[in-house]
Every structure is written in C-alpha cells, then in structure tokens.
Design a protein around this ligand. Sequence first.
Ligand code: SAH
Length: 382
Amino acid sequence: MDDLAGRTAAEDVATDPCTGPAEPADPIDLVGMDRAVLAADLASLGLPAFRARQLWHWVYCRGVTDFSAMTTIAKPLRAALARRYRIGRPEVVRAERSNDGTTKWLLGVADAHRIEAVHIPEDDRGTLCISSQVGCTLTCRFCHTGTQRWVRNLTAGEIVGQLLHARDALGEWPTPPDGRLITNLVLMGMGEPLYNYDNVAAALHLIMDNEGLAMSRRRITLSTAGVVPMMARCGAELGVNLAVSLHAVTDELRDVLVPLNRKYPIEALLAACRSYPGASNARRITFEYVMLDGINDSPADARALVRLVRGIPAKINLIPFNPWPGAPYQCSPPARVDAFADIVNAAGYASPVRAPRGRDILAACGQLKSDSERRPRLAAAG
Ligand code: SAH
C-alpha cells in the first residue's frame, strides 16, 4: 500500500471532502510546482498535508500521468483532483535514434515551441542532456543553437518535463534500484542555464528532491558559457557540478567564439571558478574546449590552457567540433587533437576527448537546434 499515511483508499472516503477541490478554468500542472506551494494549495482546499506527499509520490516516483491510476486515493477524490490539476508532459514531436544508441527527442512545449533533449547510453551510465531555453541569446560562433533566434526561457515544469518524458520513453518507472538508463543529467542542451537561473534552480530542486526523483547533485552538471555574476549563487544554492565553456585562451579569440566574453572576460571567469563553492579535487570543474581546425588547437594554445587553469581543481574536456550545415569551422584533425590532449595530460589534467555521439542524427554536443522554423508541421512520431 502506497498511502504515505498508511490509510487505505476506502478510508479516504471518510476523511476527505469528496465534493473535492474547486475547479480552476485551466487545470494547474503539478509538474514544476514547488512542493510547499502544492501543500498550501491542498490545505486551502481542506486537504491534509499527507495528500501532497501522496501526489508527489505518484508524480515523481511512479511517473503516473493519470489520476485514475492513483490507487491509494479514493475514487471521488481522484476525480476531484483531476478536475483541478493535470500532470503535464511535453508533446513528442519526433524521436530519432542514432546507430550508437543515442536518442534525440524533439519536444513541443507551450506556445508551439520546440526544444530538444538527448539520451546518451554508455556502459557504466546513461546521461540525459536537457535544454534550459527555447533558442539562445549567446550566439556562440560554432554553436548550432546560436544560429536560432532566442524565444523564451523554459519554465521549471518544462525543464523537469524533459526528464519525466525521457523516463517514460525509457520505461524507468518506478525508479529501478540499479542498472538505470538515466544516471546523470547535464544542462548542456539548448540555452544558457544561468540566464534562466530561477526556473533552472526550481527545476533542479524538484529533480534533487529526496522524496521524488532524488537525483544526487553529484550526478548533475550545469554547463555555462560564463555568466560570472550567477556562478557563486549556483554553487552555493544548488551545489551541482559546474562545466565552463572556455574554448579559447585569449580574450581576443574568445570574444569571437563566445561573445559573452566581452562582458565577462577570461580573467573574471577564472576568478569565479577559483571561488566556486564546493569545487575540490574530488569535485572538479570541467573546462570544455571545442577543437576548431586551425583556430584554437595549436600546441601553444594547449600550453596556455594549462597555465590558465592552474590552481583550479579542473578537468579539461576536449570536444571535437561537431559540424552542422553551414558551420563556419571544421573539426581539428585527430592528430592535432591527440597532440593537444598529450600536452594537457602531461600537465596533470585528466583530459578525456569526448567521443562524439549521435552525430548521424545531429544530436551531438552543440548540434541541437529545434527545426520548428524549417519544418513547422511535423506529424507526431513516437
Ligand atoms: N550555454 C551553455 C550550455 C549549452 S552548450 C554553455 O555554453 O555551456 C553545451 C556545450 O556544447 C558547450 O560547451 C558548447 O560550447 C558546446 N558546443 C556548442 N556547439 C558545439 C559544436 N558544434 N561542437 C562541439 N561542441 C559544441
């Protein structure tokens, strides 16, 4: 029996007002709602606190989207709850599976906008990459999303909804005790998470909630292009791992590749990294460095990179540039990537070269770009 208060569904009939909650014009989405807000809303309807915990359990531990499946709640109350609330999911516009097992979903959110989420299975883990905005304001030169116009921030519900959808699609309800397909979460999809801090924080609090999805902050990584004023807050309030998109060792080049650098140059960015709360040798900051042929990939660049990050508990993630149609750059040849990695490794930094995944379906790092502008009316598929 799942009733957190140990009651049976039959007993519910006696304890709750079966006429149930008042009905708002549009049902309120439970996904994304703060737990205290839900408890207060239920209390205003005369429902006891344990009802919030019950609903929470069905939504975030069982993945239920239909109130009629909530068997620990008496039927009349289920019906009343269904009139007041809904349990939302993004619309699946398209699902594409790469021949390496990577899955990319094009998801529809409110106002007919499109976002993307990607699942990358590996031997010892599975990573879900999610988006934080529709489009992006940053216009990084090498990034496909940067060519798309910025539309809006995602809500907390739309951010969490990507994880709920992925768990639906991968059949991970209730949460399997081991062998999970989603063990890690990265905010490396479309958008700049620190430019949507409030909604990202609300979503991550839901994702880390111990009575719900219960994902550890150690398995969550937020990637930023370097929104310096938000970094300390992110570390102190969320405590998630930080990845920083560095990509260049001089302000001159970084100004071009990551125009945000004109506002927050390298020195300020590295100072924020040095004081990032929670960074330690056990929890290193990841510096992402995209390898662009003839642009930032010389041995001198590699030596400058290790000098720059000196003193910061760091990992350096070399990302082969993932090309997209019309991209102004090419990926560095493998020998240049190896030579670069050798210099970084010799300086004592773990520097895995991130293997491109899902290239055949344009799902690789930095290739996400919802194609709603090009193909506005796609039939639903999977
Ligand atoms: N705005 C955030 C998160 C989204 S981008 C940020 O900038 O970190 C996630 C990562 O993908 C960043 O490191 C970004 O620089 C990288 N990236 C973008 N386009 C890429 C491409 N075409 N090839 C390889 N990496 C890319």
